[in-house]
Unconditional design. Structure first.
Length: 120
């Protein structure tokens, strides 16, 4: 079984490179993503969010820090937009039995709004 930090690292790498086919297998089917936009439940809903809303504006992710203890892993990263803008993120993951089961997400909402507007 993969260690929690390895699972989160693979997840962030796959998202950064737009490889959604590699994201789904890292998510528990009942995974919950909680953030400023509400709660997304289920692996399919999470992948849909990435495909429909995140990847269209993302050039890549730059991981600043990845740390954790036991099943809890925190990632501090920057989304580099296709327009050149940047958005700072903090995401706290829970990884059990090699799968991401939950994540709490915080980000700079004003910077994300500007990035989305620039992409339009």
């Amino acid at each position: 079984m993969r260690e929690p930090r390895e699972v989160v690292s693979r997840y962030l790498e796959a998202v950064s490179e737009g490889r959604l086919d590699e994201v789904g297998p890292l998510l528990d089917p009942g995974v919950a993503l909680r953030g400023p936009g509400g709660v997304r439940e289920g692996a399919e809903a999470w992948v849909d969010l990435l495909r429909d809303r995140v990847l269209p504006i993302t050039a890549r992710l730059r991981v600043e820090r990845l740390f954790g203890e036991g099943e809890h892993v925190c990632a501090v990263f920057t989304l580099i937009g296709k327009s050149g803008g940047e958005v700072s993120y903090i995401e706290a993951f829970v990884v059990r039995e090699g799968l991401i089961t939950a994540a709490d997400l915080a980000f700079d909402g004003a910077a994300l709004k500007a990035l989305i507007e620039d992409a339009s």
